[in-house]
Structures are given as C-alpha cells and as structure tokens.
Design a protein around this ligand. Sequence first.
Ligand SMILES: Cc1cc2nc3c(=O)[nH]c(=O)nc-3n(C[C@H](O)[C@H](O)[C@H](O)COP(=O)(O)OP(=O)(O)OC[C@H]3O[C@@H](n4cnc5c(N)ncnc54)[C@H](O)[C@@H]3O)c2cc1C
Ligand code: SF4
Length: 546
Amino acid sequence: MNAPRFHDGDADADIVIVGSGVVGALIAHQWAAAGKSVLILEAGPRIKRADVVENWRNISFERRLGSDFQGPYPQSPMATAPLYYPPNDYVALSGPDASSYRQGFIKAVGGTTWHWAASCWRHLPADFRMQSTYGVGRDWPISYDDLEPYYCRAEEAMGVSGPNDAALQSPSQRSKPYLADMIPWGHGDATFAEVVNPHGYNLIPIPQGRMITPWNGRPACCGNNNCQPICPIGAMYNAIHTVEAAERVGAKVLDEAVVYGIDTDDNNRVTAVHWYDAKHVSHKATGRQFVIACNALETPRLLLLAANKQNPRGIANSSDQVGRNMMDHSGFHCSFLADRPLWLGRGPAQSSCMVGPREGEFRSQYSANKIILNNISRVPTATSQALKRGLTGKALDEEIRRRVALGVDLSISLEPLPDPANRLTLSKTRRDGHGLACPDIYYAVGDYVHKGYDKACDQLRHIGSLFNAEEFEITTALNANNHIMGSTIMGADPRSSVVDGDCRAHDHPNLWLPGGGPMASASVVNTTLTMAALALKAADAMGRAA
Ligand SMILES: Cc1cc2nc3c(=O)[nH]c(=O)nc-3n(C[C@H](O)[C@H](O)[C@H](O)COP(=O)(O)OP(=O)(O)OC[C@H]3O[C@@H](n4cnc5c(N)ncnc54)[C@H](O)[C@@H]3O)c2cc1C
Ligand code: SF4
C-alpha cells in the first residue's frame, strides 16, 4: 500500500484524480489496489446516507411531486451544485431549448450516483459509427468491440444484474453473462409487455446496479421504490462503495477541495493541480498522471478556468472543442389511465423499457427513442389529482386507489447529435463561493431531435390506443435527463477533438479526461455504464503510458 505524501498542506502522489464520482473512483480503486499512491480531490463534502433520507422524509409535498432530487443533499457553500427549488442560477442557460438543459448533479464524496436510478445500459455497436452508418453525427475512434471487455468489467465493478436471456438484451452482443439474472418483474411490467410486445415495441428488463441477493457488502434490493433520491439501505450501486473500497487499499480522499488551476511544463505535461480548501486556502498537488473526472459539465469548466500561458484557450483546448458538443437525452412524458390495473411502484424505480424504436435506418433522418415504463409509485400523483377533484373521505380514498392502480407514466428519451454550437463558456459576471466563474450554457436540440419527438408521439398514441387510454397526455416541453456528454469529445484527429480513444488529452500526454465528456454519440440510453467502461479503459492505458 502506498500513500500520497503531504508537506505544509501540499501533496504529492503517483496519480492525482479530481472528482470522486464513479469515473474517478473506479480509476482510483484500480491504481491504489495495484500499489500506486492515489490522491482524490473532491469539491463536495462527505455526506451521511441517513441525513439524506431524513431530509427527503421532511421535504414538502410540492418538492416531492416535482422530483426535487437535488434538494435533500447537503452542499458546501463553496462548491454549489444546481438547485431548482428555488433555482440558484449556478448554471445560466440560453438558446432556444435552454430549459431542456436543466441538469442535476451532486457535489459530494461519491458524486451524482448517490441519486441516480442505476439503469446500466450499453451503447449499441452502431452508436459508435453514426457518421459511417447513417451519415449523421460523428464516429468514435473506437468500436463497440474495443469497449466490450470494459463493459463487462464495469458491470462487475458496479454489481449489475440483467436478463441472461439474449432475447431480452439490448444489445445482445455480450462476451459474458450478467453477474446475476434480472430482478423479477412486477405485475405492471409483465402486463404491459403482454399488451405492447406483439406490436413491435419490445419491452425488456432494464439492466440494474442492484441485485435481489446480497452482493459484495451491499444488501439485497428489497423493492421499496425509493431509489431516487436515495436508496435508504445502500442496495443500489453508488460510487461511495467504490470510493470506500479505494480507501481500504490506500487511496486518500480530500473532501471540500475545489481544484481551480493546472500547471504544465515545456512539453505540455501536467505537473500539478491547485485546489482551495473550505477556508479558501490554496494548496498544490504534484503527480505523475492526472485524471479530471468532474463530470461532463464541471470538467470543461475546470479546463477553461485553468487556462495558462502555454494553453491560453484552456487546458486540452488547442482544438477549441472543450465545452462544445454538449449533449443530453432530451426527454418528455406521456401519461394516461389504462383499462386494466397495473399497480406500478413495487420494485426499483425503473425496471422495464421499450427498445423497439432504438435502432434502424430511420436514424439517418431523425432521432431514435427509448420509452421507459416508469415504475415510480403513482401515490403522490394520484393523490394530487384526486384532491384537485375536491373529493373527501371514502370517495377520496377510492379515487386515489383507482388512479394508483391504472396510472401510467412513460418517460421518453431522444437522441441528440453533437453540435459544436451547443457550448459551455465561463460567466463574466457570476462567481461561486471561491470567486471562480460559474458556467454558462447555450443549448438548441436541433431538427433531428424535434423530428424524433413527432415520430415518438405517433408511437405513444398507438400505445395509448392499445390500453384504451383515458386522460391521455403528452408533454410538449422537453426536459433534461442528466446524462451530460460530449464536452471533451473523443476523436482520431486532434484538430477536431479533445481526447483519443483512451480518453487521453491530445495536448497533454499525462492528462486523462474520462467520463461523459469524451462520448461522441449519445445513443438513447442512460450513459453511466459507458462512462465507467471508458474510465476502466483509460485506467489500463495509464498503466501502459506510465
Ligand atoms: C436524478 C438522476 C438520475 C440518474 N439516473 C441514471 C441512471 O439510471 N443511469 C445512468 O446511466 N445514469 C443516470 N444518471 C447520470 C449519472 O448519475 C451520471 O452519469 C454519473 O453519476 C456521472 O458520474 P461522474 O463520475 O462522471 O460524475 P459525478 O458523479 O457528477 O462526480 C463528479 C465529482 O466531481 C466533483 N468536482 C466537480 N468539480 C470539481 C473541482 N473543480 N474540483 C474537485 N472536484 C470537483 C463533484 O463534486 C462530483 O462529486 C442520473 C443522474 C441524475 C441526476
Ligand atoms: S427498490 Fe429500494 S432497496 Fe431497491 S434499490 Fe431502490 S430504494 Fe434501494
């Protein structure tokens, strides 16, 4: 075991990692276990699961209905994350679809997987070659086959269960089975599949970072449906599990350490990063290899903030692509009352998804989509709807039961294309607790997504008709899905991309920028498993580069 060395508040380590989310934590664990000294600098505080559970228990009904998943998390005043109840204006959005890019993420040891839903999808092989297959978007410099072994390793590291029947997988190209078979479906998922699957929608189980048996120190998932904003018992994977495993093999985590500066030498190798502690005292960490894993919004912000004499446009930014190509799966919802009871809300918050519209020739024209059958308990929505009808007593009780039994909420994701105009820049006016510029983001979803929305609406109306839907509604405003991608985009050509296929910065031989930023296409599925696979691929490449 090797530990970082400290002197007068400064540090030195073989590997310095900025950010303790799943991406940083996986790399930290790999290298600390291999005997390297590893220092993690994390902007946010250490938090206690029980405190978050208690905060959520006491949150107002209005904020619960609005899914205020950021609200229950304690924050450092020196390192704020976006808040929406009320908005704290940390990220200023502009552009025609500004409101569809209201991202949520957590600044705390363990990062944003504290309140994710743990859906663990893989990209499809075609997602890596969008330009050569469909003539839109970009190709990655790596293929699905290059990443496949790392997908398997990421699933092992995060404890992912999923369907071992190939007919229920998307994609089905797998070199290994899941660690454990799928979490059994509830009545709602099974009934929904019986109705829609004969019509080509292909409702399949979502691969999950949770299991129905205890696994690697985590308890079994008991199906209480509280996954967002916090799994009260820690059955759901959360990067804090990997952070703690890394600490057990020698990694050192400094919390409330906000990195703001990056030094480079004459060969543009990174030599040190600078951080502020909670009292705004500046420190320096020297090292041999550096990883920036702050998520795809905070990583470009830091690279731009850290511009220095040799890199006046920002670190890793000779291509001028840092902060561009920002993506997220634009989302919307469809709700209705079905003609038969589904009783959604037993088991994990997301358990099944229609992947039929995920792939096809149409992607040369418009966005694919995926349609999640939301398994979040219908009780708050049903209660609010029943109360609005002025009911009381037994009638109120019966109406809530009816709506909980029949209520359906479909959550639809659309696939954006990378567009350099969708860009993060540094605010000229707004500053965080340390006086560092806050992020500004311009966002337009583009015609490809708008056309995909129209096609998805046709599918939704058809699905509604299969259930003789009452109170059928489709939302028109697009929402964010918190799958931030593209801002340090990957490519073979250093003139038009930031990192190579190992997430190594083209400009700096010892700087690694894994996570969502390098992703050159979005697919329509949740992205964290791909980020984790890229992290593990980068970790191996760091070994070869050392
Ligand atoms: C409500 C919600 C549900 C989600 N559900 C899913 C899902 O089901 N499936 C899925 O695949 N994805 C999901 N996601 C997305 C997923 O949570 C993220 O993709 C993932 O957590 C990103 O991991 P990361 O390590 O890149 O970044 P993060 O987890 O965000 O960690 C980055 C860390 O870096 C730290 N940091 C930032 N700046 C600095 C700095 N200057 N100095 C030091 N530290 C810094 C931050 O404090 C943070 O702790 C969801 C997200 C949300 C918000
Ligand atoms: S269903 Fe309950 S136990 Fe299972 S992951 Fe979600 S919150 Fe945790």
